[in-house]
Ligand binder design. Structure first.
Ligand code: NOJ
Length: 742
């Protein structure tokens, strides 16, 4: 449709139709959709109102979507099609590693490729919009949703978020194989105090702009068609009512003209925050903040008619929101083809499609992080006459998808580690023993929340005699083996929304198994399945090798087997620090400097008297199966002015005995500025393949743009003075080379 036609359509709509366009309903209106997230009110819309609703969440399946759309167009007074939206977070028919795992690749190209494949699969299944990417900066591993993020760093998150948007949307949203992205959750949802879900956020305008907003902005600049407001209140102002962020910054400064949607019932959460009391008050605040669509609640529906009648809002305000929804439909090409690319046959064919499975498998080695590899115990050799015991619940568990995945599409085809390893090496001298269940009934979250425990009841060991016997049998197997591979970790359902944890450790039953095995065998390799950084201090001390696998998705078993036996080397790097203990949380590499450290090992960092100042493993850390030597770090000039480019370069030599891939990272520090600046800030990274014995020169470009920050007056500026540049394999590098901004 042309702009003119779109405007004519808007002018022709009745008030009821307008209210419908900005109403998102749940798929539960159309019978069981299979997926429900968040919570829902009783259905209160009548049939006519349902028929006029502009969008729906959680209707799944090509045939069902076609049917719902057909009926909808027939019954809508202007035959306007609906938009189908869903949380498609790390894959659709093909489940890929979780977003946090994807960020560990340090490869925006991989994130883009995964999003592109996801869009291809989701669009033939009838979906139009995914509530992804989530670019909330996450510095506290207790928060359940860190698995859905790209980690703790604003620069990396910005690159990954923009790559995801490009992957979903391509260049033109009306084209085949695309879906619209919805960047979320504005703003700073990841900053909730102590990682408590939906908890308080309180950030200064400077920190908000400096660290939290850039990733949303970059996703908007990359063309994200939608944006979602957060459940949280920042400094007491609910995000869905935050005119400063939603209008002054998002609309006026950034020029975002896409549709803004509330989170699922975040209009009710505003009431819980105790700001507005009535639906009408909620509606007024949200409309004034230019929130266009209300997800699954009815404050607009209930409140706007009354507000309009009283003259507290104008029809222009409502029209602006409606127009943005119509524009979204137009961008998606729905007026020309309301079914877009829905195709039952293709949707079926794209399940188990070899290209996607190859990408999913390839992405495993690129996202897992090898944190330790003493005596080069990895990779394993299946033919060296040594016995390997694979022990732990994740040896037999097929569900390594992780939270927020579209489940159960492939259960039959999915392998576990036992099947993948024995298929690959049928003559290997292996023993497989799960040793225990994923959870015991002594687990805090099981005892504390019986209702929640229902979610994973089939994974809880309740028979104490059997628990002892199974662990004893695993110990026997470990005793008789040369090497033990322990596949342990969090349950797949204890990450994601509403899954914050106060104790970020592996479940007690598995720790009991690990400790018992460690008593009898020194050669332990741990493969850890986890949503978030965990406190693994004790495990890391006792194990010779640790692979952080996160939740690697549908090809987890083959992908992990590739890594264990060296067909592929692990090349991921941490994008969130692993603490020594939960008491260190939130912990992140880009801390601000201070002094009077309780211990003197690092003058600038503060901490506690009963644990190290630094994390157990820091941002950017990770090993691979070869080693690299850094030398000859150079800057092309020793001053930099506006409009100039400085080249920082380094020689990286592969000094190990196999070809490899290194993630070269560049950080800066501005030691003296108008406001305190972080000890280090990532400003560049490059993942480079380097052949055995070869040296590669890696270059980074820096401009004054990279040195900018918000000063006391909130101006975004760079200041003359010294800048330190650190180039190396991770954020712990100490040596720097300096230049002056002039
Ligand atoms: C709540 C979550 O916070 C949000 O990220 C998600 O997209 C919506 N529910 C819809 O499911």
């Amino acid at each position: 449709m042309t702009e003119k036609q779109l405007k004519e359509l808007l002018a022709d709509l009745s008030f009821q139709e307008k209210l419908g366009e900005i109403q998102q309903i749940t798929g539960a209106y159309f019978g069981d959709s299979g997926i429900v997230t968040g919570t829902d009110e009783d259905h209160i819309l009548n049939e006519d109102e349902v028929n006029m609703s502009g969008s729906v969440i959680n209707v799944v399946g090509a045939a069902k979507i076609r049917e719902v759309q057909e009926e909808h167009i027939k019954n809508h007074p202007h035959h306007i099609p609906m938009v189908f939206m869903l949380d498609i977070i790390h894959g659709f028919a093909t489940s890929f590693p979780t977003p946090l795992a994807q960020s560990c690749s340090f490869e925006p190209e991989l994130v883009e490729a995964i999003a592109h494949e996801t869009a291809r699969e989701a669009s033939v299944s009838g979906q139009h919009v995914t509530f992804s990417p989530m670019v909330d900066i996450c510095r506290d591993a207790r928060w359940g949703r860190v698995m859905e993020s790209y980690g703790e760093d604003p620069y990396l998150t910005s690159k990954m978020g923009a790559a995801a948007v490009k992957g979903y949307q391509g260049d033109d949203l009306s084209k085949e194989g695309t879906i619209a992205a919805c960047v979320k959750h504005l703003a700073a949802y990841g900053m909730v105090e102590a990682g408590r879900e939906y908890g308080t956020v309180d950030t200064s305008e400077r920190f908000l702009r400096q660290y939290y907003l850039p990733a949303y902005k970059e996703a908007c600049d990359a063309g994200s068609a939608l944006l979602m407001s957060a459940f949280t209140a920042n400094g007491g102002v609910p995000a869905t009512a935050d005119k400063h962020v939603m209008v002054d910054i998002l609309r006026d400064e950034w020029g975002f003209d896409g549709a803004v949607i509330t989170d699922y019932g975040s209009t009710r959460t505003m009431k819980s925050h105790g700001v507005p009391e009535t639906d009408a008050q909620v509606a007024k605040l949200a409309l004034e903040a230019q929130i266009d669509i209300e997800m699954c609640l009815y404050c607009y529906h209930n409140g706007l008619p009354e507000l309009l009648e009283k003259g507290e809002i104008t029809m222009e305000q409502i029209d602006r929101a409606v127009y943005r929804v119509l524009q979204l439909k137009n961008k998606l090409g729905l007026f020309e083809n309301p079914y877009r690319y829905t195709d039952e046959q293709k949707a079926y064919e794209l399940k188990n499609n070899p290209e996607a499975l190859a990408l999913a498998r390839e992405s495993v080695s690129r996202t897992v992080v090898l944190l330790k590899n003493e005596e080069k115990i990895l990779p394993l050799n299946a033919n060296d006459n040594k016995k390997i015991a694979f022990i732990g619940p994740y040896v037999e568990e097929w569900d390594m998808y992780g939270g927020w995945s579209i489940r159960n599409q492939h259960k039959i085809d999915v392998k576990n580690i036992h099947t993948a390893v024995s298929e690959r090496y049928p003559d290997g001298d292996f023993v497989f023993n799960d040793g225990c269940m994923l959870l015991g009934d002594d687990e805090e979250m099981v005892k504390f929340s019986p209702k929640r425990a229902q979610l994973y009841k089939e994974y809880i060991e309740t028979d104490h005699k059997s628990r002892k016997e199974r662990i004893a049998k695993a110990v026997e197997d470990a005793k008789n083996a040369d090497t033990v591979v322990m596949c342990i970790g969090e349950h797949t359902k204890i990450g994601g929304e509403l899954s914050s944890r106060a104790n970020i450790v592996i479940p007690k039953i598995q720790k009991e198994l690990f400790d018992a095995v460690a008593e009898v065998n020194d050669n332990i390799i741990v493969v850890l399945f986890n949503h978030r950084p965990l406190d693994i201090s004790d495990i890391a001390e006792k194990a010779k090798a640790v692979i952080v696998a996160w939740f690697p998705g549908i090809m987890a078993a083959d992908g992990i087997t590739d890594v264990l036996f060296g067909d592929k080397a692990p090349t991921g790097r941490l994008t969130m620090c692993f603490p020594h203990t939960v008491g260190q949380c939130p912990i992140y590499y880009a801390q601000l400097p201070t002094d009077h450290s309780p211990v003197t090992e690092d003058y600038y960092v503060t901490g506690f008297i009963d644990c190290p100042l630094t994390p157990l493993y820091s941002f950017g850390e990770g090993l691979t199966y070869t080693e690299f030597e850094y030398s000859n770090i150079k800057l092309s000039k020793d001053t930099l002015s506006e409009g100039e480019t400085l080249i920082a370069s380094v020689d990286v030599k592969n000094i190990g005995d196999r070809d490899g891939v290194e993630t070269v990272q560049l950080y800066i520090r501005d030691p003296y500025a108008a406001v305190s600046r972080p000890l280090k800030e990532l400003k560049g990274f490059k993942k480079v393949a380097i052949k055995k014995g070869e040296t590669v020169t890696v270059e980074f470009q820096l401009t004054t743009e990279d040195m900018k920050f918000y000063n006391v007056e909130l101006e975004y500026i760079w200041e003359p003075g010294e800048i330190q540049v650190f180039i190396g394999p991770n954020s712990t590098i100490k040596e720097h080379i300096d230049f002056k901004l002039v």
